[in-house]
Write a protein that binds this ligand. Sequence first.
Ligand code: ATR
Length: 290
Amino acid sequence: MNSIDRYAVIGCDIGHSRSPQIHAMFARATHQALEYGLLDTPPASFHAVVRDFFAHGGRGLNVTVPHKQAALRLADSLTTRAQRAGAVNTLARGEDGKLLGDNTDGAGLVRDLTINLRCTLRGARVLLLGAGGAARGVLAPLLEAGVAGVVIRNRHTWRAQQLASEFAELGAVVAAPAAGAAKKQQTSATPSGRAPDGGFDLILNATSASLRDELPSMPADAVGTQTLAYDLAYADHDTIFVRWARKAGAARAVMGLGMLVEQAAESFLLWRGVRPDTAPVLESLRGAKT
Ligand code: ATR
């Protein structure tokens, strides 16, 4: 039997996943002996593949689309952040064989924003586009980082309203009014849900629209000269959202490669007890892109 510690990413249509490359670089840099593979798995086989992986010595899995909710149900216990996110992106097998479900996406985003991009989250007025799993996963870490307020804007307004009320006890979160509602200017991001004067400090695209080359609708006054526009999606070329934000005059517009690397580092920390340095890995991935 293979005695080296085994890890993998599990998802569907993930042939181009960068996770194996990222974790191989982390392992080399931190002198950890481990193997990291890729399990391209359709939803119907998710449970069987995960059970088999852990039954044969697997130590941990990264879980990606579309299995994050299934992983939540499968885990024996959950971290608070996985519970709040309603999704699991990391599974870790304990010594007792039980599976712990964690979610490192939100922490990864906050680390990319604050450390790599040097963005000040304390007091920031944030527009969050989308109300699905990705949006849910980043809300609590953003509020904990001390943002002034979050306006959630979604194609189906009721989903934004539902999400806002679920997280209201953690901070100032409101849903943007439905398109066509009467307009009124104000200076803070809350409580009306409209753009503050001068635009938002941070706009996060947590919709899946970029994957289909579509742009979520946004008020024209959302972008100001100080705005950092961040697409949680990552592609080899600038997404339509990033191109739109640059044209609209945002100070910076970036994609989520940094978040991808930072959430991976958080998973690595959970599994191995050591936090890898992410800067050289990010640099290497950016270099490889061109
Ligand atoms: P994920 O886990 O990636 O967040 P999801 O739960 O299916 O996936 O949510 C996708 C999000 O992207 C939703 O907020 C969705 O809007 P609706 O709730 O109104 O469906 C949003 N979305 C997807 N395609 C979009 C598009 N073309 N324009 C705007 N929003 C879009």
